[in-house]
Write a new protein. Structure first.
Length: 127
């Protein structure tokens, strides 16, 4: 038992579980219980909800979301390469650095072509 109490990870988990349980119990017993129509109404950024919540979104929203994901994933590929490309030890083998740089240029060119295509199609123009 003494060995369990000296393990900092287990102590942290026990304190965390106690904190969560305490907050849940206090919120249940000490919280206000009046149910009014205003409290039961959905909250939408401080504005009263108007109309049906199941209205379709404009296609532009989805296109911008997809473009964001495409260019966000680009950063996921670029960051590890940029960090490990020219590190002295543990990075890319010096004999392969030119090849990897060429592959990254092709990757960037593909993304630039996709960006130009989206631009010409008018994706970035809002009504």
């Amino acid at each position: 038992m003494e060995q369990l109490l000296t393990n900092p990870l287990l102590v942290y988990v026990a304190v965390l579980a106690g904190f969560v349980a305490t907050n849940l119990v206090l919120a249940q017993f000490a919280g206000p219980r009046k149910r009014t129509s205003v409290k039961q109404m959905p909250y939408e950024s401080g504005m009263d909800p108007v109309g049906d919540a199941r209205q379709p979104f404009d296609v532009k929203f989805y296109i911008v979301a997809i473009l964001f994901l495409v260019f966000d994933v680009e950063l996921l590929f670029l960051y590890p390469w940029a960090v490990s490309a020219y590190v002295g030890t543990g990075g890319i083998d010096p004999a392969l650095r030119g090849t990897v740089f060429g592959v990254m240029l092709v990757f960037m060119a593909t993304l630039v072509i996709a960006y130009i295509y989206a631009w010409r199609k008018g994706v970035f123009r809002w009504r």
